[in-house]
Design a binder for this molecule. Structure first.
Ligand code: GAL
Length: 768
């Protein structure tokens, strides 16, 4: 997908592509590196260069990024004597080793701008300033060491440290956030740079789906440039999918759509993409004045101001209104301009308003319109065979007289089996009619089995990752087998000393016997001899690949429904066409999915997102945060899972599911995603653009020019509609075409009876 994504980014008006470097992806085992396939960093940077863009390389190598363990390989945690992200030689040696490797690799390929390559900036660490205080003096020493180490690598382009207000020169500290117009770098000679403008926010299992309006995002950008900003990066411009086990956590979903301008599938997220493209075009058109101009400001009070950038006799103006509710009318050089609340107008010549951040005039795509692939899938299945060994026999690979942290396994799997046995004398006082087991877990999921029987599961609630599992049990005199399966859903990726957060079952694990007289007897099993086994048999046996030894041992009879720990397999043909493909996982619980051996990531459609969405459209005015605009309440947190076309062949493809909780695969089906309804919206004297992205516009549901009310999907005519028949004008101009452009003027649509000062617009809803 790289060339296509980069091409769309360039067409969207970007000049540079910023990327992190993921240490745990490139060095999965100590000193064993992987730069093949999608991990080919050099090829990625060269692909950027080939399209004439610059690149910003955020090496980190701690990156956060909602990525498993913030990008640290978990073996790092298991190095003797290590303390991560502080002045500790074991850690610093490893960090330096990896950073140097990346820098040398870039140098060798002549990829730094100083060598004629595209990389104009490089980053060391990531937002260390947010957590430095919890590391005391050692934190400060580490931060200075990072700066010196980076400088010593001599890359010929500047190094940046984001959110590091005490970054030593010549490091440049940069800002991350939803707004950075108020940011000032610590060195007055440094440019004001914004490494992460959050275009939306990520999604967590059980959480609502945050989105950020195009108007507010555009406002944050224009405001930043009005107030002297020189570099602004979207985080994310394209977030994509957390395939495999890359999602961080805990509980970050497989989709990392982020409401970014290019959506999870790489399609244009409208109106955001188009509205920003127009902004970028305007900013490019005034590049000279913005970069060389003398700056003067006029403050009109009430958060309204004008900034003029002037070079010789050319000047460009940005009029800003940071008021959250009141529109402003300002007079500049004798002319009146209306600046809506929470917006910036750009006048490249200080006379004509070419762009206003609050006036979107491009098409909107209603999301999640998917087209069904009709054929029903035929399934085969097999049980997860590990159960016999672990649940019945309690056989592990290693043992210890303590409960271990799951990170000790180097995070090679989500799954770790904890097994112990308890011998009870027939007159042990704990043997009562009222017995239970109690487990303290941080897991994030646990399934418990006693004497070969499943007794229950527990999973952390969204946002609360510690739990206590307590369940009535019946234990027998003699040997009792206790097996607990712990499953992680992405290791913590952010926070002070996040690397040390407990993972798995830290305990205690207790059995409790209550007597008739309310006397309680507790046996703490935490120091018992526990045996451990990592992972799933089905993965050891390579069930996900069709050409391996056990590939034939699948059954087609008696397909189980709602059965835990079950593998399912089916074959399917790739949906025709070029549109992105998703698999609808409705009906399933939690598990892992693969197409032709490529992991689609974790799925969990049965996890319903919490309530609390508003039915009102989200007001773009006023400060945004990730709880302000949300959707998808009460729906599966993630129902559709991206299957990149590169994972599929033209012949039969194989989908393999591991179903951990139990579910019904009969509703699973493949779909393509395409725009269904598109809406066009243009303010007076602008052009309204409609496009079905490669399909033809088949019908027009609504068209009106005037004071139209409502939003895409529910537009209503206003009280002063233009006299000509807007519907037939738009039908003639657009139906049967892939895209069309119509001028929103009274010349085209006839006169309106709107009052002076009404902002008139042309609004269209079309079917693709
Ligand atoms: C920042 C961090 C990014 C990402 C972002 C939230 O703090 O630098 O890597 O995690 O938050 O999406």
């Amino acid at each position: 997908m790289w060339p296509d994504l980069i091409k769309k980014a360039k067409e969207g008006g970007l000049d540079a592509i910023e990327t992190y470097v993921f240490w745990n992806a490139h060095e999965p085992l100590r000193r064993q590196y992987d730069f093949t396939g999608n991990l080919d960093l050099v090829r990625f940077i060269k692909t950027i260069q080939d399209q004439g863009l610059y690149s910003v390389l955020r090496i980190g190598p701690y990156v956060c990024a909602e990525w498993n363990y913030g990008g640290f390989p978990v073996w790092l945690h298991n190095q003797p004597g290590i303390e991560i992200r502080t002045a500790n030689t074991v850690y610093m040696n490893e960090m330096q080793n990896f950073t140097t490797l990346i820098v040398d690799m870039m140098k060798q390929e002549k990829l730094f701008a100083s060598q004629g390559g595209p990389i104009i900036l490089a980053q060391i660490e990531n937002e260390y300033g947010n957590v430095i205080s919890s590391y005391g003096d050692a934190g400060k020493a580490y931060m200075n060491w990072c700066a010196n180490m980076a400088q010593s690598l001599d890359i010929g382009v500047p190094w940046i440290m984001c959110q590091q207000s005490d970054a030593p020169e010549p490091m440049i500290n940069t800002c991350n956030g939803w707004y950075c117009d108020q940011f000032t770098p610590n060195n007055p000679n440094s440019p004001k740079m914004w490494t992460e403008n959050w275009t939306g926010w990520f999604k967590s299992w059980g959480g609502k789906d945050p989105f950020r309006t195009a108007e507010d995002l555009a406002f944050s950008v224009a405001r930043f440039f009005q107030l002297g900003g020189s570099f602004q990066n979207y985080y994310m411009y394209h977030g994509g999918t957390n395939f495999g086990r890359t999602a961080g956590g805990p509980y970050i979903t497989t989709s990392y759509d982020y409401d970014a301008p290019l959506n999870e599938y790489g399609s244009l997220n409208q109106p955001k993409y188009g509205h920003l493209k127009q902004l970028h075009d305007v900013l490019h058109s005034i590049e000279k004045t913005l970069t060389y101009g003398n700056i003067s400001n006029t403050d009109f009070g009430n958060s309204v101001s004008a900034t003029i950038y002037a070079v010789n006799d050319t000047s460009s103006c940005l009029f800003g209104n940071a008021n959250t509710t009141t529109d402003a009318t300002i007079t500049y050089q004798g002319v009146e301009y209306n600046v809506p609340a929470w917006s910036v107008s750009i006048l490249p010549d200080c006379k004509n308003e070419v762009y206003n951040t609050a006036k979107t005039s491009v098409m909107v795509k209603k999301s999640n319109e998917a087209e069904d692939e009709p054929s029903a899938l035929k399934w085969t299945w097999r049980p997860e065979n590990i159960i016999d060994e672990t649940v019945v026999l309690g056989k592990g690979q290693v043992s210890a007289s303590q409960l271990i942290d799951q990170k000790i396994t180097n995070d090679v799997s989500d799954y770790l089996w904890y097994m112990t046995s308890v011998n009870l004398d027939k007159d042990d006082p704990i043997l009562t009619d009222d017995m239970s087991i109690r487990v303290n877990g941080t897991g994030h999921i646990m399934h418990a089995y006693i004497n070969g029987e499943y007794i229950g599961s527990q999973w952390a609630e969204y946002g609360i990752f510690n739990y206590v599992f307590e369940k009535k049990v019946k234990l027998n005199p003699g040997k009792n087998q206790i097996t607990l399966l712990s499953a992680t859903i992405g290791l913590q990726n952010y926070g002070p000393r996040f690397d040390l957060i407990d993972t798995g079952l830290p305990g205690p694990v207790e059995i409790i016997g209550k007597k008739d007289d309310d006397e309680i007897i507790i046996k703490d099993l935490s120091q018992h001899k526990w045996s451990y086994k990592v992972g799933l048999k089905g993965l050891d046996n390579e069930l996900i690949y069709s050409d391996k030894k056990f590939a034939s041992e699948w059954q087609s009879e008696n397909l189980p429904i709602n059965k835990m720990m079950t593998w399912y397999k089916t074959t399917f043909k790739a949906p025709l066409g070029e549109e992105p493909v998703v698999v609808d996982m409705q009906g399933l619980g939690k598990g892992l999915a693969w197409v032709n051996g490529n992991s689609l990531g974790r799925y969990w459609p049965s996890y319903i997102a919490e309530d609390g969405c508003s039915t009102e459209p989200c007001d773009y005015r006023g400060s945004y945060d990730n709880s302000k605009c949300v959707k998808n309440c009460g729906q599966p947190t993630q129902r559709w899972y991206h299957v990149p076309r590169s994972f599929m062949t033209e012949d039969d493809n194989e989908l393999v599911l591991f179903q951990e909780f139990g579910g019904n695969p009969s509703l699973v089906n493949f779909q393509t995603v395409r725009p269904g309804t598109v809406c066009g919206n243009a303010y007076e004297n602008k052009n309204m653009e409609l496009s079905c992205e490669g399909r033809t516009i088949s019908a027009i549901n609504f068209a009106s020019f005037g004071d139209v009310q409502g939003i895409c999907g529910s537009f209503k005519k206003g009280s002063c509609e233009a006299t000509n028949d807007a519907l037939s004008i738009i039908q003639n101009a657009c139906v049967g075409k892939e895209s069309c452009s119509v001028a929103a003027t009274e010349g085209v649509f006839g006169s309106t009876k709107c009052e002076e000062g009404t902002s008139k617009r042309l609004v269209v809803e079309a079917v693709c």
